[in-house]
Design a protein around this ligand. Structure first.
Ligand SMILES: Cc1cc2nc3c(=O)[nH]c(=O)nc-3n(C[C@H](O)[C@H](O)[C@H](O)COP(=O)(O)OP(=O)(O)OC[C@H]3O[C@@H](n4cnc5c(N)ncnc54)[C@H](O)[C@@H]3O)c2cc1C
Length: 385
């Protein structure tokens, strides 16, 4: 497996890097408000992304997008990871957020109602898997969908749902057969957000500026035709969404490490204490070298994993590694950088405190480290010893 990027992706990387440093990073602090990009920045940067020919990157060519493979998306995520301009989880300037679930699993009639409007930017989707008693362990979900004639009746509670207050429809993960559990008892159902019985109970502030919602489902009636795939496919479908997310975490982590290395090295060279620049002290050099070493380790791992996915291979276990190492190493880089900056690292004059908050949060969202290690432990014990 060749870990070097192909020529066209190296060109994409250079274009994106110039875009980030020349046009986005200079405005990164004022560009967003909470989890949203301010409209004036969104419009300007989206127009520029179109001009650069980097638009609808997730969307297959047959639907009018660029149909980029995962490796190409890794390049985009890595470069955007350098800046705090984009609220870490959702805001995006390279086309509308079309989830892999909608692209891969919908029937033609469902595509008309749900996929196409999302591609055109007319509808916003969200996905609701997490519940008060089921986060890291999604097999524990309790929200039920019970068949009643040609409808499902959904009851339950979802928590931490990003865009839960704005979405037009909810990709809802629920139990259709309790006895089968995660092995064929969980389904994914598309639920229009204005269906009677859906209530957004509250939005929660978080340290990463995201504001996910708690949503109650009370006797929500949905046509059985809104099921995605077959009944019982929900767990597998949700895992598809999460696998992409794990690679994204790995790529963003590399971008964060790169930025922290640049900031840390620059500051260490110019900041003088006890008569010498910080850069001349071993205590400051070593954390910079650690960040450098982590980048050299992470890049081949993430590129290789994405390339293997594009080649149709099973990347499950490597995707766990990409996520927990990307988050952890990205956080450690932000933490070291903060220490090098001293008090200035805590201020909003620099992006470090935001990178630090974001990366600490990423270690929990979309699958916390312990749960990923648990899954990897099964693999390791199967393969070794
Ligand atoms: C800002 C934000 C946005 C989110 N957006 C969405 C969304 O759009 N849709 C959605 O469905 N979900 C979303 N989530 C949910 C997110 O994916 C979960 O928070 C995450 O999976 C962790 O679940 P939990 O918080 O319930 O932790 P828990 O499962 O309660 O775990 C708590 C801690 O214990 C550890 N732990 C758990 N089990 C074990 C074990 N067996 N051994 C050792 N340690 C263990 C965990 O790793 C974790 O550190 C979002 C969360 C946040 C904070």
């Amino acid at each position: 497996m060749d870990y070097e990027l192909p020529e066209e992706l190296r060109m994409l990387q250079q274009t994106l890097r110039r875009f980030m440093y020349d046009e986005i990073i200079p405005h990164e602090r004022e560009a967003y408000e909470g989890p949203e990009l301010k409209p004036e920045y969104r419009e300007k940067w989206e127009a520029r992304a179109r001009e650069l020919g980097i638009w609808q990157i997730d969307v297959p060519e047959e639907y009018g997008g660029m149909g980029m493979g995962l490796l190409a998306r890794v390049v985009v995520w890595e470069e955007t990871g350098r800046t705090i301009a984009f609220p870490r989880r959702k805001a995006w300037i390279f086309g509308h957020d079309v989830s892999p679930i909608l692209l891969q699993f919908l029937r033609e009639d469902q595509k008309e109602k749900y996929l196409w409007p999302v591609i055109r930017g007319e509808k916003l989707p969200t996905i609701a898997q997490t519940e008060p008693d089921a986060g890291g362990d999604p097999a524990a979900i309790r929200t039920t969908a019970v068949r009643d004639g040609d409808h499902y009746v959904i009851n339950g509670m979802k928590r931490f749902i990003t865009n839960g207050n704005k979405a037009d429809f909810i990709q809802t993960i629920c139990v259709t057969d309790r006895d089968k559990g995660a092995r064929g008892g969980i389904s994914c159902i598309l639920v229009d957000a204005d269906t009677p019985g859906i209530e957004v109970l509250r939005q929660q502030e978080t340290m990463m500026d995201d504001r996910p919602c708690e949503i109650a489902f009370t006797d929500v009636r949905v046509p059985v035709t809104n099921i995605v795939g077959a009944e019982g496919d929900g767990f597998k479908i949700a895992q598809t969404w999460i696998t992409f997310g794990r690679i994204r975490h790995g790529a963003l982590g590399i971008g964060v490490m790169e930025r922290c290395l640049e900031l840390g090295a620059e500051y260490a060279k110019q900041r003088v204490t006890f008569g010498k620049p910080l850069a001349e002290r071993q205590a400051i050099q070593w954390p910079l070298v650690d960040i450098y070493a982590d980048i050299q380790m992470m890049r081949p791992l993430v590129y290789k994993t994405a390339a293997r996915f594009d080649a149709g291979e099973d990347i499950r276990y490597d995707s766990y590694l990409c996520k927990f190492l990307g988050d952890r190493k990205g956080f450690e880089a932000a933490d070291s950088c903060m220490q090098i900056f001293g008090g200035m690292g805590l201020t909003t004059d620099f992006p470090i405190e935001k990178l630090w908050r974001d990366m600490r949060s990423m270690m929990i969202t979309e699958g916390p480290e312990e749960v990923l290690r648990m899954a990897l432990a099964r693999h390791v014990l199967n393969e070794y010893g």
